[in-house]
Design a protein. Structure first.
Length: 300
């Protein structure tokens, strides 16, 4: 159900100068998607390329939901319990062709089509993965997962039908040791992976072909889930930290920040998504009394 807010957040305007160009951001809270997540811990947002659908992870509900933004209603669901009873719904990533990649914790990664119909279920334990927190696909027939336990880092896999193998051209035979607690990454326009180290307060850039690592931004408190717009501006939610949201430029400079109060959150910021043109931002409130709310902001 879409709730029209009779009380709108005050328009927040910041004049910022980056590369001698001034930008003014005024965010307006226009809608909320609520009462659609039966679990008590909604995590991770992803937006379809046409901006018609939101994909939401549900930790305890062990599912990935698709929400039709024209109605605010769930219209498709991937019940992860049917795949593995311990497969918590933690995040989702949408590729350019509309496919969905989601980690399953057990450790597994699930590949769905846009309607959340299963394409493949990939078991990762034999490769050393312990607790996959995020998954992305940077090119056809490959995917990258972050592992926040065990060796901690990124694993890149090549898909051949139902079979997967580590991409030996990536890092050290398919693995890049990185950080101390990696969460949900995003992908830049040139195919690099950006990933936050939650306890290391750093966002890294990883070359998806070679595994080479550089620091994208540091002193970023508890970077949890990341999203990116068509101009490579990066949107970071910080879970239980303040600010709740940071927007970074394509070169890693802070454009602006928002507190949980400014965003209307009552619990933790646990997911973020953004339209290609950056005009619409979605921020997930993990577990308010109604069971999860995606707040929708018009940034123009």
């Amino acid at each position: 159900m879409i709730k029209r807010n009779t009380l709108r957040l005050l328009a927040l305007a910041c004049v910022l100068v980056i590369a001698n160009t001034a930008f003014v951001f005024a965010w307006e809270h226009i809608d909320s998607v609520s009462n659609t997540f039966p679990g008590d811990s909604a995590r991770g947002l992803a937006l379809s390329s046409d901006s018609d659908y939101l994909y939401v992870g549900d930790l305890q509900g062990k599912a990935i939901y698709r929400i039709d933004l024209s109605t605010g209603q769930e219209d498709a669901r991937a019940d992860l319990r049917m795949l593995n009873s311990n497969a918590w719904g933690k995040a989702a990533f949408v590729t350019e062709n509309g496919d969905i990649w989601a980690p399953g914790t057990v450790p597994e990664v699930y590949h769905f089509n846009a309607d959340l119909e299963l394409i493949a279920q990939h078991k990762l334990g034999s490769f050393g993965v312990v607790d996959p927190e995020g998954a992305v696909s940077t090119e056809p027939n490959t995917f990258i997962v972050t592992d926040r336990k065990g060796s901690v880092g990124l694993y890149k896999f090549v898909v051949d039908g139902e079979n997967i193998e580590l991409d030996t051209d990536f890092g050290n035979a398919g693995f890049v040791s990185l950080g101390s607690d990696l969460r949900q990454p995003t992908v830049t326009s040139d195919g690099d992976v950006l990933v936050g180290d939650f306890t290391g307060n750093t966002i890294y850039r990883v070359d998806a072909q070679t595994g080479d690592v550089s620091v994208f931004a540091d002193n970023i408190a508890k970077p949890y889930h990341l999203a990116i717009d068509g101009s490579d501006n990066v949107y970071v939610v910080h879970y239980d930290s303040s600010p709740a949201l940071t927007v970074l430029s394509a070169d890693g400079n802070v454009i602006e920040t928002k507190t949980g109060h400014e965003l209307g959150l009552t619990t933790e910021a646990s997911g973020v998504a953004v339209s290609k043109d950056g005009s619409r931002v979605y921020v997930l409130d993990q577990r308010p009394s109604e069971g999860g709310t995606a707040h929708i902001f018009d940034t123009e």
